[in-house]
Design a protein around this ligand. Structure first.
Ligand code: SAH
Length: 379
């Protein structure tokens, strides 16, 4: 499967669009805000090469209300602090079939809003900065930008997507890592992730100036083991596989078709991230933090640092719809490519029933684990 050509989040602003079903991802962006802020402040405070014309990239920007959010945060931080920065070259990257045109359509209001904020700001510390936004389609697992052209790189909720499904998987009746998958499936996924993440770091190392910064957030899992305690980090794809197998039982899909289907998606654990970062060696680790976000996240349940979690929101009847649409908005392009458009509505009806049953048996709301990694490019 050519992930690079197929994968895209659901376009437009309909019921199952990414634009309307990305609150989990939005929450991840707000969680990483203080970490981004700290990195940007340290960056503009340093006398780094070419900072007057600062290069910023957001990798895996998608489309919808989240797309320009990290960029807005970064611009706000730079604006508020006297510095040598006079222009920002902002590059928005995603795969080729991303809905870039809807991003372009949102730019006039983005520019207007920034102009208004600046005009009304009244803060004497604020200084004029020209902003140049462009789109860079392509895979972030390879080169995207000229050498030494970037000062700050951000990527949110994207690096758990692999460049491909690992070769030669025998993962019958499952579509991702799962408690009952053979060990070799887990290890094939892990190897693919390590290769991809290493390629990502190597490419960015070429493109980022020495002392430049990178803040990455991605889904992960707390440990190597796929334990019940942590099943929230991978179980949504277990349920998706169950929904696919239910369609096989109903004679709606061939079993062979399900057996040959796997998601190009992997949730790494901390030792694995550290291993790749140390081995690749181009970046210093400033911090790696772990957070949890509930499966059906709507707003008030951000838990900074695992271990401090203490609330248990009531599981509402709309929870299963939220989870279903969140999963559908990000997986539909891949599922449609493999199984055809015709199965999608029924598949997600069954999936929603399974999610509902699963949530009603959970004593606490399942949670995704998110890692936020702040890095400094070595000299
Ligand atoms: N950053 C946004 C979008 C996250 S969705 C947010 O936080 O809401 C993940 C995005 O990563 C998708 O748009 C997907 O197309 C993109 N993506 C996945 N693999 C990619 C790759 N190899 N290169 C570039 N973008 C990729």
């Amino acid at each position: 499967m050519q992930v690079v050509q197929i994968l895209h989040m659901n376009k437009g602003d309909g019921q199952t669009s990414y634009a309307r079903n990305s609150t989990v991802q939005r929450k991840s962006i707000s969680i990483s805000k203080p970490i981004i802020e700290k990195a940007v402040l340290e960056l503009v405070g340093s006398n780094i090469m070419g900072i007057e014309s600062m290069g910023i990239a957001d990798l895996g920007c998608s489309s919808g209300p989240n797309t320009l959010l990290p960029i807005s945060h970064i611009i706000d931080v730079i604006h508020a602090k006297p510095s040598e920065v006079t222009e920002l070259r902002v590059s928005l990257n995603d795969l080729f079939s991303n809905d870039f045109s809807s991003i372009f359509m949102s730019l006039p209001s983005f520019y207007n809003k920034r102009k208004q904020d600046y005009d009304n700001g009244g803060d004497p510390n604020q200084h004029a900065i020209n902003i140049y936004i462009s789109a860079v389609p392509g895979s972030f697992y390879g080169p995207l930008f000229p050498r030494n052209s970037l000062h700050f790189v951000h990527s949110s909720f994207s690096l758990h997507w692999l460049s491909q499904v690992p070769n030669g998987l025998d993962n019958k009746g499952k579509c991702s890592i799962s408690k009952s998958s053979p060990k070799c499936v887990l290890s094939a996924y892990s190897m693919q992730f390590q290769k991809d993440f290493s390629d990502f770091l190597r490419s960015r190392a070429q493109e980022t100036v020495d002392g430049g910064r990178m803040v990455l957030s991605l889904m992960g899992r707390p440990s190597f083991d796929l334990t019940t305690e942590h099943e929230g980090t991978f179980y949504q794809f277990e349920l998706l596989a169950q929904a696919l197998m239910a369609m096989v039982s109903k004679g709606l899909i061939e079993e062979e078709k399900v057996n040959s289907f796997n998601m190009p998606y992997y949730t790494p654990y901390p030792e694995e991230l550290n291993l790749v970062l140390d081995k690749e060696g181009s970046f210093i680790k400033d911090c790696i933090e772990t957070f949890e976000v509930e499966w059906h996240s709507s707003g008030a349940d951000i838990n900074r640092n695992v271990g401090t979690f203490d609330d248990d929101q009531t599981i509402t009847s709309s929870g299963q719809r939220l989870v279903t649409n969140t999963v559908r908005a990000v997986t539909e392009s891949i599922l449609e490519f493999h199984f055809g458009k015709g199965i999608i509505d029924v598949l997600f009806q069954i999936f929603e029933e399974l999610v509902s049953e699963y949530l009603s048996n959970c004593t606490t709301t399942p949670k995704y684990t998110i890692f936020v990694i702040s890095l400094i490019k070595k000299n």
